[in-house]
Ligand binder design. Structure first.
Ligand SMILES: O=P(O)(O)OC[C@H]1O[C@H](OP(=O)(O)OP(=O)(O)O)[C@H](O)[C@@H]1O
Ligand code: HPA
Ligand SMILES: [Mg+2]
Length: 180
């Protein structure tokens, strides 16, 4: 697995430092607001786990699974809900936790769904932001790192379901991204 990595973009230490900052910012803004923190599976599962450990105010959490990339490095353009929330968002202050904003299609779809379900507020925490690839206008309320136009893996992010378990984030050697 490590043999497939061309370059490390962010080390485990850099990521952990940023996650602490994001947790502190959310904690400042959500005192006594009992937010519902929603993890967008699968990619955000590691970020979610680390982030909530750095949030110092009471929260509830839930999980939603969506997918649009399949085994490709390009979005199919169609966002599918694979697992829906267990909780009603009506009247809730919702925080969506995403690993990455790329085209923006996943998040714009999710924000729309949650607003139509009458959430009181919907904010987004994204660890990575790749603005060069945006096809819909959308920005996170809390952003970790703004990254160049490259398909990254690790810390929850996959290529064809692999590499999610790397503790750092990097890019693969070109020959590994075969045919996509
Ligand atoms: O801004 P976008 O272009 O929509 O891309 C971002 C989304 O794509 C990835 O999910 P993916 O569909 O690969 O599912 P996964 O999280 O299960 O890997 C990633 O985890 C984000 O949820
Ligand atoms: O750069 C990326 N890496 C992994 N999954 C992704 N989904 C959207 N962009 C990316
Ligand atoms: Mg993926």
């Amino acid at each position: 697995m490590l043999n497939d990595i061309q370059e490390v973009f962010y080390s485990e230490e850099q990521i952990q430092g940023k996650v602490k900052e994001l947790g502190a910012a959310v904690s400042r803004d959500y005192e006594e607001r009992n937010p519902l923190v929603i993890c967008v599976l699968k990619g955000a599962f590691i970020f979610m786990a680390d982030l909530v450990k750095n949030i110092t105010v009471p929260i509830e959490l839930d999980f939603m699974a969506v997918s649009s990339y399949g085994n490709s490095t390009r979005s199919s353009g169609e966002v599918k809900i694979i697992k829906d929330l267990d909780t009603s968002v009506e009247g809730r202050n919702v925080i969506i936790v995403e690993d990455i904003i790329d085209s923006g299609l996943t998040l714009s779809y999710l924000i729309d769904v949650l607003e139509r379900r009458n959430a009181r507020s919907v904010k987004v925490v994204a660890l990575f932001d790749k603005p060069a690839r945006r096809t819909v206008e959308l920005n996170a309320d809390y952003t970790g790192f703004v990254i160049p136009d490259a398909f990254i893996v690790g810390y929850g992010l996959d290529y064809a379901e692999k590499y999610r378990n790397l503790p750092f984030v990097g890019v693969l050697k070109p020959e590994v991204y075969s045919g996509s």
